[in-house]
Write a protein that binds this ligand. Structure first.
Ligand code: LMR
Length: 397
């Protein structure tokens, strides 16, 4: 029966992780998957998470099913964290949230909902984008188009190219935007550019879909929500897919959410019913643990403060590493200018290394970087930065 089944190629990100695990080189360096690591190369469990887990274990009374849309308290906390408690979309009750298995689960729920409720819809995504975006939305049956995003000459945002391409989008088309810390480039629009993007969305009546997986990793929790809050103008409809994998370090608990903002409360209620339908035929209802942790932390003043401090520490370490990396690169006499890395936001940097150089780093030095040249900056440490620079020097000279 299975004779015709061909072996699929490994995933361009998670496949590298597997290859890294099997690499016997004791000096190997993993800068592939987007996972935070501390100076010792460990992905820690946050202290606030450990404390919340203690409380949950003591207070847990049942393992019965959650509702299809998940924990109400969690869904509330997610919306408030994104918009702030007094934002119009919250007070007008025109936002509904469903708890999902990770940000990827949220994107798939969004894709299925769009395919069901907007048949024939086209989704525009940045070029480049996270490689799983096209996979998810193609699997959901959407048509895809791209808009330029990265300007190779400036190592910055190709803003004119982006807006120019989106001028070609039709009414009702979906525009996928990265809420902050663009994956893979680390380049975000400025607040003024977000205004222009929001203007275009309104003018052309597009449906914005924000992938918001790194809140707090760029400039701060509120600062990173600037784009999202700019797009959420009165009456504007939108979808947000968010995740607590990174900012809570809850990667393997799969904690995400999909929020739909409708024009009014009645339409939001109808959208929620459709989301539940999509979820029921997919994974039925979400797992509770990770979401319970997030809810506990976000709704307790002491734990919340502890979390914000821990998040600030992760962000500061990444920014410190960016500087260290750029300094070391220039100190070791590499001709190419890598100073732009210091201006990029979040976990990732688009290094400008090409596929051949990436392959050589892996085969010659066991340094693992995604084929696009994307580097997980959080994987760099004082202990491995010299070896990394030596490798980059070798493949770029
Ligand atoms: C990444 O981009 O490395 C992360 O979002 C992990 C993943 O699922 O690809």
């Amino acid at each position: 029966m299975f004779q015709h089944v061909e072996t699929a190629p490994p995933d361009s990100i998670l496949g590298l992780n597997e290859a890294f695990r099997n690499d016997p080189n004791p000096e190997k360096i993993n800068l592939s998957v987007g996972v935070y690591k501390d100076e010792q190369g460990v992905t820690p469990v946050l202290k606030c998470v450990k404390e919340a887990e203690k409380r949950l274990l003591e207070g847990e009374t049942t393992k019965s099913y959650l509702p299809i849309d998940g924990r109400a308290g969690y869904n509330n906390a997610v919306r408030t964290l994104m918009f702030g408690s007094d934002h119009e979309v919250i007070t007008a009750k025109r936002a509904v949230t469903v708890q999902t298995p990770g940000g990827t689960g949220a994107l798939r729920v969004a894709g299925d909902f769009i395919a069901d409720s907007f048949p024939g819809a086209t989704l525009w995504h940045s070029q480049p984008t996270w490689p799983n975006h096209p996979s998810i939305f193609t699997a959901a049956g959407l048509k895809l188009k791209t808009y330029p995003y990265f300007n190779k000459a400036t190592n910055g945002l190709d803003f004119d190219g982006m807006l120019g391409a989106l001028q070609g989008a039709g009414k009702g088309d979906v525009v996928l935007l990265h809420g902050c810390c663009h994956n893979p480039t680390g380049i975000d629009p400025t607040p003024e550019q977000w205004k222009a993007i929001a203007d275009l969305i309104q003018e052309k009546q597009l449906l914005p879909l924000l992938d918001f997986a790194y809140q707090g990793f760029g400039d701060g929790l509120v600062e990173d929500a600037i784009g999202l809050r700019e797009v959420a103008r009165p009456g504007q409809e939108m979808i947000i897919c968010s995740s607590f994998s990174k900012n809570f370090g809850l990667y393997n608990e799969r904690v995400g959410a999909m929020t739909a903002v409708a024009a009014n409360e009645a339409e939001a209620t109808a959208v929620l019913s459709q989301l539940k339908k999509v979820i029921r035929s997919n994974y039925s209802n979400p797992p509770t643990h990770g979401a319970a942790v997030v809810e506990t932390v976000l709704t307790d003043d002491g734990l919340r403060k502890m979390w914000e401090d821990e998040l600030t520490h992760m962000r500061d370490r990444i920014n410190g590493i960016r500087k260290l990396f750029v300094d070391k690169i220039s100190a070791c006499g590499i001709d190419q200018d890598f100073s732009f890395i210091q201006n990029q936001k979040g976990m990732f940097s688009f290094s400008g290394l090409n596929q051949m150089q990436v392959d050589q780093l892996r085969s010659d030095m066991s340094i693992y970087i995604v084929g696009s040249g994307r580097i997980n900056v959080a994987g760099i440490s004082e202990a491995n930065v010299d070896r990394l620079c030596e490798g980059i020097k070798k493949v770029t000279s």
